[in-house]
Design a protein around this ligand. Structure first.
Ligand code: NA7
Length: 551
């Protein structure tokens, strides 16, 4: 437990915002708009969050740029032009910098500053937030806008430190251009979205590329390419209407396309036609209106497997690059237009780890059960302690000194994906049990931050009590999350980071609410409209004043 000692009794600011990705930037702006004083902390040297850190070659968003953006400000919507329908990492980070400058929030952020601990004080009803530079800040509300994929998984392979060559993580790729892979023997561990995006780029430079694959993933075409200008104009014509419309959808955005026929109503030829149309139209996951049915999902999965195999020349490699062990959507599906063909190049080789597992990393390379593969560079694309990991990486204690680690010992619990019983006035956007990574995270960031600040405003109007959810609300929300997960093919049967299965010893729990964005948003606002029936209001022993805002 980190010791936080402070003799202060009045807050330094109303709100602390941790993180400066999509949610953090918007939270800082919202605080100012509502006359609240705010301090932001960011461990990176610039804004961007996930899009700051994951700067590996080939990093690209799998949600279309015109959806994966803010809509709260008409001028921001109209003044930013995306160069591609699926923007790359660098462009998204520049966009976030542009928004932060426009919103004038950079002045509120302390960069290169990690938040280590947050402790709730029952006497004052305030939070003490402790940073890596030795500051302790007292505030009324703490917002952990720290993202769902920001705590990289430590490589769980023996001998990592024995390797004599260079080693890089996709999740913290050097930004100074110092990585030079030309003519080198490069090994890549991991074939999730990051591995699948980086491998084709590495193959352009390296002398030899060896890909260590534990589980094959679905790979469908990207939507990258020129923007659909008609669609962009329609979304921009009335950004506020677009914003409202996104919140009425299942995924928080306008998908590229969606089949308008039902799998169950089509014959075999009709199904094949619908699948072909969806593949060409880049919306294969939504090939049918009833794509969520297990039968429809099985047809989609088979269709993708066939298309994947067709792209790879060597039969053994083709067979092993195809995911036979889980249905489409059980794990996060990947997108690439070039990944599979990369294995047709003579200097690129696949190692199937279920057949020849890694025994350990040694000074000269990677030793599998069959051979030692000599390498100059190892790239770890091994993923994250997702969703709950970033929260637990901060030493948080709430009422009666109870730690978040204890509260979440059996997996994360919360209500509406934003607040935890016993941790009053602490908000956790983009954490567990929200639509999270199965929705458009940009829409979610705006929605959750709006909900949080509307909640704060309600508290201010009602004499500033403290708020935390009832245990019964958390139980109900966990059951709701499970109920919807049961309907999603593969959600509960596939080993994925959605349920913590990628981390040894992590409690297994499906951590994403799949009831859809519309239902989620309505449930959140139902709480405000009905004076928070799912929560408990507390009084602090000593009331703290609101902090005067200096603009
Ligand atoms: P992912 O999707 O978690 O992928 C990590 C990959 O690394 C995955 O293929 C893992 O295999 C593999 N992995 C992890 N540990 C090991 C070990 N010890 N040995 C071999 N292989 C290993 O992370 P990404 O960064 O690619 O993507 C994260 C999200 O970012 C993505 O879903 C998008 O939403 C954007 P496994 O599947 O666990 O068998």
């Amino acid at each position: 437990m980190t010791e936080i000692q402070s003799t202060k009794t009045q807050p330094d600011c109303d709100v602390v915002v941790v993180g400066s990705g999509f949610a953090g930037i918007y939270a800082l702006w919202q605080a100012r708009q509502r006359g609240l004083s705010v301090k932001g902390f960011e461990r990176g040297s610039d804004v961007g969050g996930t899009w700051y850190w994951n700067a590996y070659p080939g990093a690209r968003c799998d949600v279309e740029s015109y959806n994966y953006a803010y809509f709260f400000d008409n001028d921001i919507v109209r003044d930013w032009d995306w160069s591609d329908a699926c923007a790359g990492q660098n462009e998204i980070q520049r966009y976030l910098r542009f928004v932060a400058e426009r919103c004038d929030v950079l002045k509120d952020i302390s960069f290169n500053t990690k938040v280590l601990a947050a402790r709730y004080d029952e006497d004052s009803g305030l939070w003490s937030v402790q940073t890596s530079v030795g500051d302790t800040v007292l505030c009324r509300y703490t917002i952990l806008a720290i993202g769902a994929l920001s705590d990289p998984k430590a490589p769980d392979i023996e001998g990592v430190d024995d390797f004599a060559g260079e080693a890089y993580f996709t999740s913290s790729w050097p930004k100074d251009g110092s990585v030079d892979l030309r003519g080198k023997r490069v090994g890549v561990i991991g074939t999730g979205s990051s591995g699948i995006q980086v491998i084709p780029e590495i193959a352009k430079l390296a002398a030899e590329v060896t890909v260590f694959q534990r589980t094959a993933n679905y790979v469908a075409p990207t939507s990258a390419g020129p923007m659909d200008q008609q669609l962009v104009s329609a979304l921009r014509a009335d950004p506020q209407a677009t914003r409202r419309a996104f919140r009425e959808t299942y995924g928080g955005h306008t998908p590229m396309g969606m089949g308008d026929e039902r799998f169950l109503e089509l014959d075999a030829a009709g199904r094949e036609r619908a699948l072909r149309r969806a593949w060409d139209g880049k919306y294969i996951g939504l090939a049918f209106r009833d794509a969520y049915l297990p039968e429809a999902n099985a047809a989609i999965s088979d269709f993708i497997r066939q298309r994947m195999q067709e792209q790879v020349e060597d039969p053994w490699t083709a067979e092993h690059l195809v995911p036979w062990d889980h249905p489409y959507g059980g794990k996060r599906p990947c997108q690439s237009d070039v990944y599979l063909q990369t294995f047709n190049q003579l200097h690129v080789r696949l190692i199937a780890l279920p057949e020849t597992p890694i025994e350990r990393i040694v000074a000269e390379g990677i030793k599998t059960s069959a051979e030692t593969i000599p390498l100059d560079v190892i790239i770890y694309a091994t993923g994250f302690d997702a969703i709950s990991g970033p929260v637990l990486a901060i030493d948080i204690s709430g009422l009666s000194g109870k730690s978040m680690k204890d509260a979440w010992a059996d997996g994360p619990v919360n209500y509406l994906g934003t607040m935890v019983h016993g941790f009053p006035n602490l908000f956790l956007p983009s954490s567990a049990m929200s639509p999270s990574v199965l929705s458009n995270m940009a829409t979610l960031a705006e929605q959750q931050i709006d909900f949080i600040f509307d909640t704060i405003e309600w508290l201010d109007q009602h004499g500033r009590p403290l708020l935390h959810p009832l245990p019964a609300s958390q139980d109900h929300w966990r059951k709701e999350t499970l109920r919807y997960a049961e309907r999603r093919p593969g959600a509960l049967t596939t080993k994925s980071w959605y349920s913590g299965a990628n981390i040894v010893g992590k409690p297994r729990l499906f951590m994403v609410y799949c009831g859809g964005f519309k239902r989620y948003n309505e449930t959140c606002y139902g709480e405000i409209e009905n004076d928070f029936p799912g929560y408990e209001l507390l009084e602090s022993r000593r009331k703290s004043d609101r902090v005067r805002v200096s603009k």
